[in-house]
Each structure stands twice: as structure tokens, then as C-alpha cells.
Design a protein. Structure first.
Length: 283
């Protein structure tokens, strides 16, 4: 079973598109062949990553039918996808100067400002995904007698306990002290939504989309590029640590990646080298 609901939704769309196409070619399930699946991808106009996702979805769909004895063989099992290898991720990176400017632009002690500053600082200083940040509960802010740490629930059900550095601790406590957090239930949401225009915190948790909208709004207010996203902080943090010589395996753990190759996709140092190289062309 696919646990991530975003992946499930993407697979469902891909399978429905394929079945609709197969139906238009008057092919029922038991008559779908590897050749027909290959023809579907030959005429597809989607990008290579989209085709790879679609092929994985169709293979998974037919695997389920085989396991349930609806079909004898998986017609997509032998279909080869096109080669595609990403050497660098597509997530835009926020520069150190831009990240500092973004943080400095959120001034004041209104609950909304304290919350937004704490969220952005968490994204930067823990390398956490926006979904993991939105899913934090008060019990996830833990004190071990010497310092605080945040326990994140990441993709695939993985847990990570990340120490809280001193400036992030200040931002988090300033936000938490804007409401009586010590009297709240342990499973109460850590980052809370804002009620309308009055800027007051509610008891409801924020969502991924709320975090993205907030970051976009703050970028616009700070006159920074609005194509940046919460994930941009993740790319910037990984690049910054690797450029300082921090071992890849340490950065990989901080990012919560199972494969170091995934961590390398966030490394933007090669882009900086390439730009310096082309600037030296003397033609």
C-alpha cells in the first residue's frame, strides 16, 4: 500500500488516464499487452519524469490485479521507460542574503509575525519539509535538560529529532509565549492558523498550503523573488552545509533522505561553478 497520499493521488490520475486511453482503443483489461502499453507512452506528450511516474503507476495497478488473480501477467512489467537522470533538483534555492532579508522583514511582536518568523526559522535551521513543520504538536518540542529539540514526522513514517539552535529557540519561545502554551494539551498543534484580519491565533493547525501562502506573502512584502517556495530553504541549507565541508552523511541525516543521491540533488554548488566558468569565456 502506498502511504503517501500525494503519491496515491498522482498514481490514481495516471492510471485513469491510461484506462481512458485503452478504452478509446477498445481494449479491455485482459487484452492489454506490453505492446499496447508501449504504444501509449510512444504517443504521450508528457515530460520524461511524468512518463516515469505514469509507468510506475500502471505497473503498480497491474501488480495489484495479478495479486488478486484478476490477471495472470502484468503487461507493463516488461515495458522499458525512457532514460532520465536528474543531476540537480528543480527546487529554486534562496540565497543566504535573501534568507536573512526575509527574516529581517518580519518585525513586530504581533502573534502572526511571531508565528511566521518562527516557521521560516524552523524551515531554515532544521531543513524540515513544510509538511513536517505543519504537522508539529506541542509534545514534539522537547527539553532534554540542556537544550530543546524538535521531533519531526517525515515522509514514509520516519521520525527525526533535530536539536534547536539558540536563535531558533528564541524565535520559537517568543511565538509560544504569545499564547499560554504550557497549559495546552500535548497533542495540540504547535503552529496555529490565524483568525481572519485580527491576526489572532486559533486552536486549529496550519496546513502545508497555508505555509506556502505565508512564505509567498512574506517574500512579496520583502520584495524578494516570489518564485521561491518553502522547499527553497531546504535547498539553501543543504548547499550551505556541504559548502562548509560538513560530511554528506550528516547532511543526509538532517535532510531525512534515505539515499545520499537525493541529498546531492539539492546541492547547488555546481551551478555556482558553472556560472563562474561561463563568465570567464573571453570571446
Amino acid at each position: 500500500m502506498i502511504r503517501n497520499h500525494h503519491t496515491r493521488d498522482a498514481y490514481l490520475r495516471a492510471v485513469r488516464q491510461f484506462l481512458s486511453w485503452a478504452s478509446s482503443h477498445e481494449s479491455c483489461l485482459d487484452r492489454i499487452t506490453p505492446g499496447l502499453v508501449g504504444r501509449y507512452f510512444d504517443q504521450s506528450t508528457g515530460s520524461l519524469p511524468t512518463k516515469k511516474l505514469s509507468l510506475a503507476a500502471i505497473r503498480t495497478f497491474f501488480d495489484v490485479l495479478v495479486n488478486r488473480h484478476v490477471l495472470i501477467l502484468n503487461p507493463a512489467a516488461t515495458v522499458r521507460g525512457e532514460r532520465y537522470q536528474a543531476v540537480e533538483g528543480k527546487t529554486p534555492e534562496i540565497s543566504i542574503e535573501q534568507a536573512r532579508a526575509l527574516m529581517a522583514s518580519i518585525a513586530g511582536d504581533r502573534p502572526a509575525n511571531l508565528r511566521d518568523r518562527a516557521i521560516i526559522a524552523t524551515l531554515i535551521y532544521t531543513c524540515a519539509r513544510d509538511g513536517a513543520v505543519a504537522g508539529l504538536r506541542l509534545r514534539d518540542f522537547q527539553w532534554d535538560g540542556t537544550q530543546y529539540a524538535l521531533r519531526f514526522m517525515e515522509k514514509g513514517g520516519k521520525e527525526r529529532l533535530i536539536p534547536v539552535r539558540h536563535d531558533l529557540q528564541q524565535a520559537l519561545l517568543a511565538y509560544l509565549n504569545s499564547f499560554d502554551w504550557t497549559r495546552q494539551p500535548a497533542d495540540a498543534p504547535f503552529f496555529r492558523s490565524i483568525a481572519g484580519r485580527n491576526g489572532q491565533l486559533t486552536s486549529r493547525p496550519i496546513r502545508n498550503v497555508d505555509t506556502c501562502r505565508m512564505v509567498k506573502r512574506r517574500l512579496k512584502d520583502a520584495r524578494l523573488p516570489t518564485h521561491l517556495v518553502p522547499h527553497s530553504c531546504r535547498a539553501a541549507t543543504i548547499t550551505n552545509l556541504l559548502s562548509q565541508g560538513v560530511p554528506l552523511e550528516d547532511v543526509q541525516y538532517l535532510a531525512g533522505h534515505a539515499d545520499p543521491r537525493t541529498t546531492r540533488l539539492y546541492d547547488r554548488r555546481q551551478r555556482q561553478v558553472t556560472r563562474n566558468t561561463v563568465e570567464r569565456i573571453s570571446i
